[in-house]
Design a protein around this ligand. Structure first.
Ligand SMILES: *Cc1c(COP(=O)(O)O)cnc(C)c1O
Length: 224
């Protein structure tokens, strides 16, 4: 399926080299991931712990795995040893558990704070008040085995690019506010993960640093 390689190449032409492409491989078979890998793609995103665990051992070990979906606290311990980044940290409790599992194996885990920016009720994430409360707390300052590298968000699923742009601009504002207030001396707080198959070009205009793209690379997912 060389079309996967062509799809990656054409996305790469539309994002600048400073934007990282996470190929979202959830529901895709290992053979499709290998095609992308052989085209040079090293960074893959999955939303289920069990699925990453199943696939990871069948694939090259230099793949960077990003978790992009809601993470249950009882599953944290399975991914902390190898995950490159947990993009979907949506509660203080979860961050605490990531920190304690990472402490046990002396690792520092890169995390993004997921913000709720869409209109839809169902999407996970912090609001600004919750994030401020966490970042200002003493308890947060004692977490030495997680590194907050930026923010992540999903826009409303709509073809209204004006609305999507507004939501991405909100996320960018959250990033800047947190950067100024808490991470001014932390060069590694630098990521804004926004943009999927349907809206990544809008995200690029709004200043994204990481796009997470699945269907545009691998084709439509089967609806469950
Ligand atoms: C599935 C998913 C994506 C990719 O979606 P596509 O529309 O297939 O590009 C990106 N981000 C998250 C959080 C997802 O769950």
């Amino acid at each position: 399926m060389p079309v996967i390689a062509e799809n990656i190449a054409s996305i790469k032409q539309k994002i600048t080299s400073s934007v990282k492409l996470v190929a979202v491989s959830k529901t895709r078979p290992v053979r499709d991931i290998l095609v992308a890998y052989n085209a040079g793609q090293r960074c893959f995103g999955e939303n289920r712990v069990q699925e990453i665990l199943n696939k990871k051992d069948l694939l090259p070990s230099d793949i960077e795995w990003h978790l992009i979906g809601h993470l249950q606290t009882n599953k944290v311990k399975y991914i902390v040893p190898f995950i490159r980044m947990i993009q979907s940290v949506d509660t203080f409790k979860l961050l605490n558990i990531i920190n304690s599992e990472a402490t046990k194996i002396d690792r520092k885990v890169d995390c993004l704070l997921q913000f709720h920016i869409a209109e839809e009720e169902t999407k996970f994430g912090f609001n600004m008040g919750e994030a401020l409360e966490m970042l200002e707390s003493k308890e947060f300052m004692s977490l030495n085995n997680v590194r907050i590298s930026g923010v992540m968000g999903m826009a409303t699923f709509t073809s209204d690019t004006v609305q999507v742009r507004k939501e991405f601009d909100n996320l960018t504002d959250y990033f800047s506010t947190l950067k100024k207030k808490f991470f001014a001396d932390e060069p590694l707080f630098k990521e804004i993960s926004m943009g999927m198959s349907g809206d990544y070009e809008t995200a690029v205009k709004a200043g994204t640093t990481i796009v997470r793209i699945g269907s545009l690379i691998f084709g439509e997912r089967n609806k469950k």
